[in-house]
Design a protein around this ligand. Structure first.
Ligand SMILES: Cc1ncc(C[n+]2csc(CCOP(=O)(O)OP(=O)(O)O)c2C)c(N)n1
Length: 313
């Protein structure tokens, strides 16, 4: 932790708390009938988004999946416009037309989330090919879940990334389940990272609930990609503190499992590391207050925002 400036770490802790409060409040808004459709929350997975994106430069690019609110916020999206988008409002990043699963804002390097499982892996590979051909020096960070690694698009995307030595980091958030299917029923290899051998690229397993471990592993992969060394497959072991989507009551998980993972919650772990590194209790509390205020302001903004003009194509 001493390798990073305390101010920067406090601001990343703010981002963790922001994502947590954002998702909690969004869940309430659904329950209150104020949001249409469905959403996939990333509660419990905040450290993968913030830790991995901390390893990027602002000019670098990110692709996401259906569980993408945290990725978008960590890349610097304004919470009020993300919430407005999810609520289908005209002030959202895609004018209310994409909703929760298909948001994008290329000008901050967020190329998009996608409801198609593994749908963005070939897109990330293509974006990385562009960076290589244009010589931009940018790296692409591609988020997806463990379930996505069973899709043909994963294989096709990673194999091309590997063959062409593209500046891309394939980042798997292994939260133990694809909907209700546990990973043990999805593949026979011990870990997703083990598959990297088949593509001839490094595979790394990391504790996805540890901001510092995620950041360090991603930094090594990003540096390697930027230097022309090609892709890395990172597998971050994490757990969602919620159902797969809004309607999932998680009946396939035990109370013991839940207790075990709640004890590994990434937020108190980072707060503890900050305290140990010299942050004052007031600085941590201030970061938490700031995040809460951001979410309150976002809710007000999104609720007040107009509906899209449906006469426009
Ligand atoms: C091509 C495709 N097949 C099936 C689905 C249905 N589906 C939605 S999410 C999901 C599971 C995804 O699991 P994983 O990639 O592990 O991500 P997680 O939800 O755990 O974050 C599936 C199968 C889909 N959206 N797209």
């Amino acid at each position: 932790m001493t390798a990073y400036p305390l101010d920067q770490l406090l601001s990343h802790y703010q981002s963790l708390v922001l994502i947590r409060r954002f998702e909690e409040r969004l869940s309430d808004l659904f329950a209150e009938g104020k949001v249409p459709g469905t959403a996939h929350f990333c509660l419990g997975q905040e450290a993968t988004a913030v830790g991995a994106i901390a390893a990027l430069e602002p000019r670098d690019l990110v692709t996401s999946n259906h569980r993408g609110h945290g990725h978008f916020l960590a890349k610097g999206a304004a919470p009020r416009r993300v919430l407005a988008e999810i609520m289908g409002k005209a002030t959202g990043y895609c004018a209310g037309r994409s909703g929760s699963q298909h948001m994008s804002h290329p000008s901050i390097g967020f190329l998009g989330s996608n409801g198609l499982t593994a749908g963005m892996i070939p897109v990330a590979t293509g974006a990385a090919l562009s960076q290589q051909l244009l010589g931009t020096g940018r790296v692409v960070l591609c988020f997806f879940g463990d379930g996505a690694t069973g899709q043909g698009a994963f294989h096709e995307g990673v194999i091309l990334g590997a063959i062409w030595q593209l500046p891309v980091v394939y980042f798997c958030e292994n939260n133990g389940f694809a909907m209700s299917t546990p990973v043990a029923e999805s593949f026979r290899v011990i870990s997703v990272a083990e598959r990297a051998t088949a593509y001839g690229i490094p595979g790394v397993v990391v504790d996805g609930n540890d901001y510092f471990a995620v950041r360090e592993a991603t930094q090594a992969a990003v540096d390697r990609a930027r230097a022309g060394g090609g892709p890395t497959l990172i597998e971050a072991i994490t757990w969602r503190q919620c159902g797969h989507s809004r309607s999932d009551k998680c009946e396939y998980r035990s109370e013991a499992e839940e207790a075990e993972w709640l004890a590994r919650d990434p937020l108190p772990r980072m707060a503890e590391a900050l305290r140990a590194g010299g942050a004052a209790a007031e600085q941590i509390a201030e970061a938490e207050r700031w995040a809460e205020e951001q979410v309150l302001a976002a809710v007000e903004y999104a609720l007040m925002s107009p509906e899209p003009d449906l006469s426009r194509a």
